[in-house]
Design a protein around this ligand. Structure first.
Ligand SMILES: C[S@@+](CC[C@H](N)C(=O)[O-])C[C@H]1O[C@@H](n2cnc3c(N)ncnc32)[C@H](O)[C@@H]1O
Length: 276
């Protein structure tokens, strides 16, 4: 009965196809006598197996605050609440909000889940630590700057079917033939840092693109590249060649400081870096 949005997506780049779908929604509205609703994405529910895997990938658990942008019949937000998280679903279509509220009541999770009629482009997102979505690549693209700017480092974003363009996912899986993507919001580390490693002061010029970092370091008057640089939320890992041998640094970023952490790939202890 429902069309698979991934199949639609193959033609979704053809605006006429989506326009036709939006028209279906408009026609149904006029039959029910409601105000027509302009949808940026048609309603197509995520299959249950994919919902569960999305929440596993997002590591959704008690204490989390999950926002599903474009929540449809509420299934993702309700499943998150069943895992003990607090959840908010927003949808612009009032029929979806009615369905979602009825489904939350049936599932017995109304104490942990809320549905709100709202344009997802206007939803405040900064308090979420997990964002889920089944939208379109074009919509993900529009949301991308806000996600990167407003969400805290470490926040997980899980998308069914649609990517974020050149922002590579941290994880990409196939679940029952559907694409599921996970991104972890990286800390902002671009710019100049001074790293102190014992007596040694190393100047770092860090270039950041999403979770990837590169750049150069000046060590004892010699310039070497920053290699294997990666951010996982507020955790940073990179390698420098010191005295002819590679040294891997692993640290935790907090504002303008990086402190060494013990980790599986860290060979250096007791170093720190400050911005500037
Ligand atoms: C593909 S469905 C996904 C539903 C649900 N998240 C799921 O995965 O089962 C997209 C939903 O986004 C809603 N939507 C479309 N444009 C929207 C907008 N601008 N603001 C909020 N919701 C919107 C639609 O009404 C629809 O329910």
């Amino acid at each position: 009965m429902f069309t698979d949005l991934t199949r639609i997506s193959r033609v979704a780049l053809i605006p006429a196809a989506l326009f036709a779908l939006s028209n279906v929604a408009l026609a149904q509205d006029s039959v029910s006598g409601r105000e027509p609703v302009k949808l940026d994405v048609p309603f197509v529910p995520t299959p249950e197996s994919v919902v569960q895997r999305m929440l596993e990938l997002g590591n959704v658990k008690s204490g989390d605050y999950v926002i599903d942008l474009g929540s449809g019949d509420g299934r993702i937000a309700i499943a998150a609440a069943k895992r003990g998280a607090r959840a908010l679903g927003v949808d612009i279509d009032p029929r979806r909000i009615e369905e979602a509220n009825a489904n939350a009541a049936k599932a017995g999770v109304t104490d942990r889940v809320t549905f709100r009629r709202e344009n997802l482009f206007e939803t405040p997102i900064k308090d979420a630590n997990v964002i889920t979505m089944y939208l379109l690549t074009s919509v993900n693209h529009q949301l991308r700057p806000r996600l990167l700017e407003e969400l805290r480092p470490g926040t997980r974003i899980v998308s069914h079917a649609f990517s974020m363009g050149e922002w590579e996912p941290d994880v990409h899986e196939k679940v029952d033939n559907r694409d599921v993507y996970l991104w972890i919001i990286p800390a902002k580390v671009g710019g100049r840092w001074t790293l102190k490693d014992g007596e040694q002061a190393i100047a770092l010029d860090v270039e950041q693109e999403f979770q990837a970092i590169e750049g150069k370091a000046t060590v004892n008057g010699r310039t070497v590249p920053i290699t294997n640089g990666k951010l996982n939320g507020d955790e940073i890992v990179f390698t420098l060649e010191i005295a002819g041998k590679p040294e891997t640094y692993q640290g935790k970023v907090s504002g303008g400081k990086i402190e060494a952490v013990a980790g599986p790939v860290a060979t250096k202890r007791g170093w720190s870096a400050t911005k500037g």
